[in-house]
Design a protein around this ligand. Structure first.
Ligand SMILES: [Zn+2]
Length: 346
């Protein structure tokens, strides 16, 4: 093929996907015309984002509240040692990688915590939502917002060698509260902090979630509804049929209790990180240059992409443009709040 012909007829990067009868030309066009939200861009969210960027979904909104840490790297495939050394925001590092994988896809990064105040605008205009979070507080919020606005979403979680996946189609099948009416109390269930996580289980769960997204965006839906439980270590895969709860407070009675609770916790200990996130009670838009100059008087401060990294004799913190800070080297929430008040303000 001559250079002129090659430019006129660029090779089709999606050829092997288009020839799948499940997708075809029409499915590929539907993917290109779709917008999705990936809530959380760490282990499962990062792999979902890579798979769906490669698959050619038109626009991907990624949301994550954290920065890259060396302890993420064994399971979070979008990041490398340099990202961790630079303490880059996860969405910023992810957006760079995803754009280099497929420049046709519009990547929209948001370095924010998902809260009752912003979830409805984050899901606005999206065709499908993928759960890449690591906590039930956010999942119940996603469930409320998606049921209220009729958006399909897919739950996914991984702990140790096991994982779970459930596709939620509002009003057609069970929602998260049909499965578990209330979130488990803090400390009552194992976390990746206490039980660890097998990176291949992350791969299996995120692949099932990304498949659910591709299938839904192509206009198709599985005939059975329920919860998939996997354990790749012991080669166990089980599917539990789940019915809609005729009394479900969310998808039957339209009570969106998590969405309506506009108060969010002021501090959150981050799983497995010996760090505490301190959030202002309202979303802010911080003047990062002015804060940089001000903090320079109290210690060493460095701009790392979107974020500021500040080290003083009292410890280290990373500050986000929405006013949040992650205070490192402590799980003591009152100490973290004290450092925030001292250096950033109340
Ligand atoms: Zn329900």
């Amino acid at each position: 093929m001559s250079e002129k012909e090659r430019v006129a007829n660029p090779p089709d990067r999606y050829l092997r996907q288009r020839i799948l009868p499940e997708i075809g030309d029409s499915g590929q066009e539907k993917l290109r015309g779709s917008t999705i939200l990936i809530a959380g861009c760490g282990a499962i969210g990062g792999l979902q984002a890579e798979l769906l960027t490669r698959a050619g979904v038109g626009k991907i909104r990624i949301v994550d509240r954290d920065f890259v840490d060396i302890s993420n790297l064994h399971r979070q495939v979008l990041f490398n040692e340099q990202d961790a050394a630079n303490r880059l925001a996860k969405v910023e590092a992810a957006a760079m990688k995803l754009r280099s994988i497929n420049s046709d896809v519009v990547i929209e990064p948001h370095a924010v915590d998902i809260t009752p105040r912003n979830i409805e605008s984050l899901i606005s205009g999206v065709d499908f939502v993928l759960d890449g979070t690591d906590n039930f507080e956010t999942r119940y919020l996603i469930n409320d917002a998606c049921i209220k606005h009729g958006k399909r979403w897919v739950y996914g979680g991984v702990i140790a060698t096991t994982g779970m996946v459930m596709l939620i189609e509002p009003r057609k099948g069970p929602c998260l509260r049909c499965l578990v009416p209330d979130p488990p109390p803090p400390g009552s269930i194992p976390t990746c902090d206490t039980s660890g996580v097998l990176n291949t289980a992350v791969g299996v769960v995120s692949s099932f979630q990304a498949t659910a997204a591709i299938r839904a965006l192509c206009g198709d839906s599985p005939d059975r509804r329920g919860l998939l439980h996997i354990d790749p270590w012991s080669l166990n895969f089980d599917f539990f049929k789940i019915e809609r709860d005729s009394n479900c407070p969310c998808c039957v009675r339209d009570r969106f209790e998590f969405l309506e609770s506009k108060r969010t916790s002021w501090t959150t200990a981050l799983c497995g990180r010996n760090s505490v996130q301190v959030s202002p009670p309202a979303d802010l838009c911080i003047d990062m240059d002015a804060l940089h100059d001000r903090l320079g008087l109290a210690g060493s401060v460095e701009k790392t992409g979107l974020l500021l990294r500040f080290i003083s004799e009292a410890g280290e913190m990373v500050i986000f443009p929405d006013g949040r800070a992650i205070v490192m080297g402590t799980t003591d929430e009152s100490r973290a709040r004290g450092l925030y008040a001292r250096y950033i303000g109340t």
